[in-house]
Design a protein around this ligand. Structure first.
Ligand SMILES: NC(=O)c1ccc[n+]([C@@H]2O[C@H](COP(=O)([O-])OP(=O)(O)OC[C@H]3O[C@@H](n4cnc5c(N)ncnc54)[C@H](O)[C@@H]3O)[C@@H](O)[C@H]2O)c1
Length: 336
């Protein structure tokens, strides 16, 4: 067991989309009895409201701080008797990485380096790196990525995550740190920032605007509901082996066009085959370096007992009804 149920966890980026889902999951859906220390800078991508349900717990503490602040992080590790660091904090939007790559280098590479330097002083602390399947680059028509696929990142975002993964692995080899890495497919669910595909499409839909789709929309992605990601991560931490990487896959693979049609069909309550695509979707210039296809082999993690519980149809319904209630309560969708 890498992390005991009574462990004290320092979570970086815990106010972001996936970090907050993991903290809610720990408190609400597991027998976790330790403490959570959340360190988050609260950038544009974060949401304070995402952790409203945990704030009153005496086992939850929040610090607004930068992971670059080495002395402060070291003090937290010591004062809170931290057993493991779960590292979510990152700049995460591919389009932004194309416009402003330097902040990705700074946060994702330099930030991870700083955390590793902190842990080097306290080598009993386990370090889990939240990575992505995007470090592996793009697949052609067939095949799947697995944990040993060579890295071939396409975007500055993916390259910065790849570089930080390499730092993590090198600190395990060189300094003997206890580490694990997870490579997840695309997450979706409540509290995701509007710049990402599903919330972006919902936002446009509820503004009665056409849904902007990159290129032909034929790029394929695998999807996981964010609570399933939390479950997968907890499986790794409680049943995984140190030094190992784990692929986290979801239930379904779809083209971006298929995802957008499913969104429209659910929001409009019209069967997918009766949708007039041209009325609701506008194809825009493709993203430079856009990866064609991601798919991941999740057998290694399945062998630890993880299996996603929520398929895309159910997850999308839950996500849409959350956005409708939370963000767009007073808007009606007419499609244009
Ligand atoms: N969203 C996905 O589909 C996906 C898939 C695979 C892997 N990942 C990885 O999962 C992690 C979390 O992704 P997300 O979608 O929740 O991201 P997010 O953008 O929603 O949240 C990132 C969080 O990190 C915080 N942060 C940024 N810079 C910081 C700094 N210097 N110091 C402290 N906090 C800082 C932000 O304030 C924010 O709360 C990232 O490492 C990302 O690369 C995401």
């Amino acid at each position: 067991m890498l992390v005991k149920k009574s462990a004290n966890l320092l979570i970086t980026g815990g106010s972001g989309f996936m970090g907050s889902a993991f903290i809610r999951f720990l408190f609400e859906q597991t027998d976790f009895s330790g403490r959570v220390i959340n360190v988050d800078l609260l950038t544009y991508a974060s949401s304070k409201r995402s952790l409203a349900s945990c704030e009153s717990s005496p086992r939850y503490t929040f610090y607004q701080a930068n992971i670059h602040h080495q002395a402060f992080i070291e003090e937290l590790l010591l004062n809170h008797e931290i057993d493991a660091v779960i590292h979510f904090a990152a700049e995460t939007h591919v389009d932004r990485s194309i416009q402003h790559p330097e902040v990705f280098v700074d946060t994702n590479i330099r930030g991870t380096f700083t955390l590793l330097e902190c842990i080097r002083k306290y080598p009993h602390i386990h370090f889990h790196q939240i990575s992505t399947d995007e470090v592996f680059g793009s697949l052609g028509e067939g095949g799947t990525f697995h944990e040993h696929t060579p890295y071939r990142p396409s975007s500055p975002y993916a390259a910065s995550k790849a570089a930080s993964d390499h730092l993590v692995s090198s600190y395990a080899k060189t300094y003997g740190l206890s580490i694990t890495i997870s490579h997840s497919v695309n997450n979706y669910g409540p509290f995701q920032h509007r710049e990402k595909l599903i919330p972006c499409m919902l936002h446009k839909a509820f503004q009665n605007k056409k849904l902007p789709l990159y290129g032909s929309g034929q790029q394929e992605r695998s999807w996981i509901y964010v609570d399933d990601h939390a479950f997968a991560l907890w499986t790794i931490l409680t049943k995984g082996e140190k030094g190992q990487a784990y692929g986290i896959c979801g239930t379904d693979i779809f083209t971006n066009l298929a995802v957008v049609k499913k969104i429209l069909s659910t929001v409009l309550d019209v069967p997918e085959n009766q949708l007039d695509e041209s009325a609701y979707i506008s194809h825009i210039a493709d993203r430079p370096g856009h990866d064609f296809r991601y798919a991941l082999d999740g057998k290694k993690l399945h062998s630890l007992g993880y299996k996603p519980k929520i398929d895309f149809a159910e997850g999308l319904k839950k996500t849409i009804s959350w956005y409708k209630k939370e963000r767009y309560a007073n808007t009606a969708f007419s499609g244009r």
